[in-house]
Design a protein around this ligand. Structure first.
Ligand SMILES: Nc1ncnc2c1ncn2[C@@H]1O[C@H](COP(=O)(O)OP(=O)(O)O)[C@@H](O)[C@H]1O
Ligand SMILES: [Mg+2]
Length: 161
């Protein structure tokens, strides 16, 4: 299942991420694709805001991985968030080496440029976000597609339709 959202501003993209945070739970995997400057990190900033993260969320392009602590809005449970930017990575092993999977099965895993490191387009249970720049329409115009299967897919459809 997938939903498409039109965004004409960073604020809208951030708010969309914040809304998606309401669907996340321990062990959620969020995979983002889209060109440089599409708005992946802006979306993740919204996700983290929705998870009650107080730290300033920045692109981990050089650090590879940033971690944050937040709270799941529905349950009040503590959320541990791992945010990776795989722009400079090239294989699944790189992701392991970067320590992406070292934080336990309850961590929320978020990966920008996931297509560089995940073998499959549809990791089971993942929520996949593609952000397409539409410079042909206007400088700030983006098409955000959120795709997921099964339970996650139903939740995405219910929340965004
Ligand atoms: N509709 C929009 N959605 C998201 N970002 C936008 C939008 N319009 C303009 N921008 C700008 O595009 C840039 C996106 O940057 P960033 O999130 O770091 O991209 P990425 O992580 O995909 O490389 C920001 O400077 C943001 O202000
Ligand atoms: Mg980024």
């Amino acid at each position: 299942m997938s939903v498409k959202i039109i965004s004409k501003s960073g604020v809208k993209t951030r708010n969309t991420g914040e809304k998606l945070a309401g669907l996340l739970k321990p062990g959620s995997l969020v995979l983002l694709s889209g060109d440089l400057g599409a708005g992946k990190t802006v979306f993740v900033q919204g996700l983290c805001k929705g998870l009650g993260v107080r730290d300033h969320v920045t692109s981990p392009t050089f650090a590879l991985i940033n971690t944050y602590r937040g709270t799941f809005p529905k349950t009040g449970e503590t959320a541990f968030i791992v945010h990776c930017d795989a722009y400079r990575l090239g294989s699944p092993e790189d992701l392991y080496d970067a320590g992406f999977f070292d934080f336990g099965e309850d961590a929320v895993l978020i990966c920008e440029w996931y297509e560089n490191v995940f073998a499959k387009k549809n990791e089971p249970g993942s929520i996949v976000i593609n952000i397409l720049r539409r410079d042909d329409i206007s400088a700030n115009y983006r098409e955000i597609t959120i795709s997921a299967e099964g339970e996650e897919g139903k939740a995405v459809e219910a929340a965004f339709h």
